[in-house]
Design a protein around this ligand. Structure first.
Ligand SMILES: *[C@@H]1O[C@H](CO)[C@@H](O)[C@H](O)[C@H]1NC(C)=O
Ligand SMILES: *[C@@H]1O[C@H](CO)[C@@H](O)[C@H](O)[C@H]1NC(C)=O
Ligand SMILES: *[C@@H]1O[C@H](CO)[C@@H](O)[C@H](O)[C@H]1NC(C)=O
Ligand SMILES: *[C@@H]1O[C@H](CO)[C@@H](O)[C@H](O)[C@H]1NC(C)=O
Ligand SMILES: *[C@@H]1O[C@H](CO)[C@@H](O)[C@H](O)[C@H]1NC(C)=O
Ligand SMILES: *[C@@H]1O[C@H](CO)[C@@H](O)[C@H](O)[C@H]1NC(C)=O
Ligand SMILES: *[C@@H]1O[C@H](CO)[C@@H](O)[C@H](O)[C@H]1NC(C)=O
Ligand SMILES: *[C@@H]1O[C@H](CO)[C@@H](O)[C@H](O)[C@H]1NC(C)=O
Length: 448
């Protein structure tokens, strides 16, 4: 059945728009919550346990880790911290004798590095600020520290909640809502025979938006297949080409003694992120995902997925790859990667999260000879839907580390020899109608 081109363009435009929205259809409940539990009152304030839970299914906070900032409501100070530290002490000149850990009105707190002495540690601290995604490792998707606050209220009526929470994880992209007093957390004692309760608890919810994080995508996708020699490359300048320096070879990276650290002074907080040093490519993306349709068996087919790093200054630790394809609900075997289904709408399991095997390929090394990881996925054909025609065998969406990757234009997909150059994305009119309907629903949800 012929599909009107204009309708297709509408679908594509809508799909592109979804990148910009904070709402993530694959992870609608994904957020990071920050919980403060006041554990005791002190003569001039309180001691609080701060817990950061990453409830995002496939977006982790990778090295160099989180930076949590806020603005004190009054003239509070931090007397001491366990399991984290403020990056700057600020001006404590008004204090004599005991000097606080931090006197800034807008403290920025970072995790401690692994291996600090035991007496500076606390459960779930000291991992260099790395927080795995909930879908990857729910038990580890948490970070915590203890803070002793002075010059604050000393009852649950006089404490003023900190304002303006900010979360950087290694870069921008998160927006945090206001702190809200919630029912006090109940704790079980270690022997599980007694319950205790926080004196007061407040929560903050932060959500991620790729659009806020960066104007351009941070990864792109290329395709190839056993049935057609053409390699469909990443779109040109998929990650933006303007004013982007790049290096031609590994040797050049050593010659270019560019200063590596870039300091973001916005909001008065310091956050050092290594500026990218990209290998020159036509797409100018730090990461490229290649999907190769490799083999066709009677009842199965096999795709090879490779991820290449083009940034000489970044090792992606604990990376994640999310792919959406109608046959991913029939994965039979995944080689060299781990994987989990991403249950997005609760009904269709067409999305899978892949990640590296611990101590084997869970680190995507910096650009160069070791800067790639790969896997093969064996899928059982579903007779009702399976086809090599019209680019069906290629993924609909790909995310690397939680950011949506730029796909090749749909009319460029490799097609079967002798096949009509049909538009690849238009599998059938009925699925197109379904796609339009679901996009409209998503759009309405995004507006709500
Ligand atoms: C944050 O995520 C949790 C877990 O998915 C969910 O229960 C909660 O409603 C979310 N909060 C907000 C404000 O979206
Ligand atoms: C507060 O955050 C914790 C996790 O950090 C969560 O379990 C709890 O449900 C949240 N409470 C509210 C009322 O959002
Ligand atoms: C919160 O941050 C914004 C932007 O950084 C700033 O304009 C605003 O004044 C801050 N509010 C408080 C109470 O500090
Ligand atoms: C504050 O403490 C009183 C008792 O001391 C309690 O009744 C009240 O619920 C507490 N309020 C909050 C917000 O925790
Ligand atoms: C990446 O990891 C390797 C091996 O652990 C190390 O030699 C290299 O310096 C790291 N590169 C960066 C940019 O951190
Ligand atoms: C989707 O996957 C989940 C987890 O594996 C499973 O419980 C659920 O039944 C699946 N749904 C369908 C429709 O296959
Ligand atoms: C593929 O998975 C779906 C949902 O889990 C199931 O209904 C269907 O029978 C599977 N198809 C094959 C060929 O295994
Ligand atoms: C392979 O696919 C491309 C479109 O991407 C097409 O131009 C070319 O003709 C195809 N090759 C063959 C042998 O059909």
């Amino acid at each position: 059945m012929e599909v009107p081109k204009s309708l297709l363009f509408f679908v594509l435009a809508a799909a592109t728009l979804s990148v910009a929205a904070a709402y993530d259809p694959l992870d609608p409940n994904g957020n990071i919550t920050i919980k403060w539990d006041v554990m005791s009152w002190t003569p001039d304030g309180y001691v609080a346990m701060v817990t950061i839970n990453n409830y995002q299914m496939y977006r982790h906070i990778m090295s160099p880790g989180y930076t949590l900032g806020w603005t004190w409501a009054r003239r509070e100070v931090i007397w001491s911290m366990v399991g984290a530290q403020a990056t700057e002490q600020g001006d404590c000149s008004r204090f004599k004798g005991n000097i606080p850990h931090c006197c800034k009105r807008t403290p920025a707190v970072v995790d401690l590095l692994p291996g600090v002495p035991y007496n500076q540690q606390i459960a779930n601290c000291c991992r260099g600020g790395v927080i795995p995604a909930y879908g990857q490792d729910p038990a580890a998707a948490v970070a915590a520290f203890q803070v002793s606050v002075g010059q604050a209220g000393t009852t649950n009526r006089t404490v003023k909640l900190p304002k303006n929470f900010t979360l950087l994880g290694p870069g921008p992209g998160y927006t945090c809502g206001p702190a809200k007093v919630v029912p006090s957390t109940v704790f079980l004692t270690p022997d599980r025979r007694r319950k205790t309760q926080a004196l007061m608890t407040w929560n903050v919810t932060c959500t991620y938006s790729q659009h806020l994080a960066s104007k351009y995508p941070s990864c792109c996708v290329s395709f190839s297949s056993f049935y057609n020699d053409t390699i469909i490359p990443c779109p040109k300048c998929a990650c933006g080409c303007e004013h982007k320096p790049c290096v031609r070879s590994e040797r050049d990276t050593k010659r270019l003694a560019v200063t590596g650290k870039h300091t973001d002074h916005s909001h008065g907080r310091q956050h050092a992120t290594a500026a990218a040093m990209l290998q020159c490519t036509t797409h100018m993306c730090p990461v490229r995902v290649h999907w190769h349709v490799k083999l066709n068996y009677k009842e199965y087919w096999r795709a090879k997925i490779s991820i290449a790093n083009f940034n000489y200054r970044m090792n992606y630790t604990g990376w994640t790859l999310v792919a959406q394809h109608p046959n991913l609900d029939n994965i039979t075997e995944v080689f060299s990667f781990d994987y989990k289904p991403v249950v997005s709408y609760g009904s269709i399991n067409d999305t899978a999260m892949f990640y590296g095997l611990k101590y084997f390929n869970d680190q995507l090394m910096e650009a160069g000879p070791h800067g790639n990881v790969q896997s093969e996925v064996l899928m059982r054909k579903d007779a009702r839907t399976f086809t090599f025609k019209q680019g069906w065998a290629f993924p609909r969406k790909v995310y690397f580390n939680g950011d949506e990757c730029q796909m090749p234009p749909p009319d460029s997909y490799p097609f079967l020899p002798n096949a009509a150059p049909a538009i690849a994305a238009a599998a059938s009119a009925s699925s197109l109608v379904a796609a339009v309907a679901s996009l409209v629903v998503l759009f309405l949800m995004g507006c709500a």
